[in-house]
Design a protein around this ligand. Structure first.
Ligand SMILES: N[C@@H](CCC(=O)N[C@@H](CS)C(=O)NCC(=O)O)C(=O)O
Length: 265
């Protein structure tokens, strides 16, 4: 998404009534007063609470950890640290970058979600998140740059968010075309772009077993990160090569549905 889009917001207070394994249902300041966390991220699409994998990762993490927060869906990135979504506001503190937000929340709330990880597992978590950062580009390219799929994405977006003008999506397409060029992915042939994305998905799929989550029977942060990307492919009614690959890997689908059921009420 580009910062030129017209901002809009659709707010939800997220409470977590049931599943609640990691403590910290709300935030308490040192004075004992609770403060409301606000997650600013892109709008939902196809029943996925954020159409961007980084925002969806944070959303899923916060739900898995039982945090209560306000979720504001925006398009305008001006107020964000470094001008990118997602970002989190906690009182006077504003934090940008999904991994920095997660680190902040873990530290401030003493969250135990990754506490049982060995050093090797923590390193693997890091590698997986970096792989998903790479997958972001082919996924985004399929939405904004590949003319076989861009119209379906824009049509779905406008149907879900009629307040967003077609001209704003055109502006975002152009903004993203430049981003892809300068990042480099925009200089590949489309088939090469998807080969790269599928290679990322393959190693992630190979990590997930037939039951449970990456590191055991309960999800860790790495599972939220995987969900952030895979849900943004799997639930989309757009027949991209990435979607076809996800459908060909039952472990990816099972994992995605399992996290979705835990974080989307
Ligand atoms: N490293 C960041 C990446 C976030 C990101 O790439 N956000 C993009 C999503 S399209 C964004 O807001 N871009 C707007 C811009 O660059 O102007 C994270 O993990 O949160």
């Amino acid at each position: 998404m580009g910062r030129k889009l017209i901002g809009h917001s659709c707010d939800t207070i997220v409470h977590w009534p049931g599943y609640y394994p990691f403590g910290a249902g709300r935030i308490m300041s040192s004075s004992g007063e609770s403060s409301m966390l606000t997650l600013y991220s892109y709008p939902d699409l196809f029943g996925v609470p954020d159409n961007n994998p980084f925002g969806l990762k944070v959303y899923a993490f916060m739900r898995l950890c039982g945090l209560v927060f306000e979720h504001k869906h925006i398009l305008d990135t001006k107020a964000a640290p470094r001008g990118q979504l997602p970002y989190l506001v906690d009182g006077e503190t504003s934090i940008g970058d999904s991994d920095a937000i997660i680190d902040y929340l873990k530290r401030e709330n003493n969250l135990g979600i990754d506490r049982a990880l060995s050093t090797g597992q923590a390193n693997l978590d890091f590698f997986v998140r970096r792989t998903l950062d790479d997958l972001y580009w082919p996924m985004s390219f399929s939405r904004w740059r590949d003319e076989r799929f861009r119209p379906a994405f824009c049509t779905a977006f406008m149907a879900a968010h009629p307040e967003v003008a077609a001209s704003a999506l055109e502006a975002a397409s152009e903004y993203n075309r430049l981003r892809y060029h300068y990042q480099g992915i925009g200089r590949y042939e489309p088939d090469q772009v998807y080969e790269r994305g599928i290679a990322d998905l393959r190693v992630v799929a190979d990590l997930i077993g037939d039951s449970g989550f990456v590191f055991g029977p309960e999800p860790a942060t790495v599972d939220a990160a995987i969900y952030g990307c895979v849900a943004n492919i799997y639930y989309y009614d757009i027949d991209t090569p990435l979607k076809r690959y996800v459908l060909s890997r039952p472990t990816l689908v099972r994992h995605c549905v399992a996290i979705h059921e835990r974080v989307v009420s």
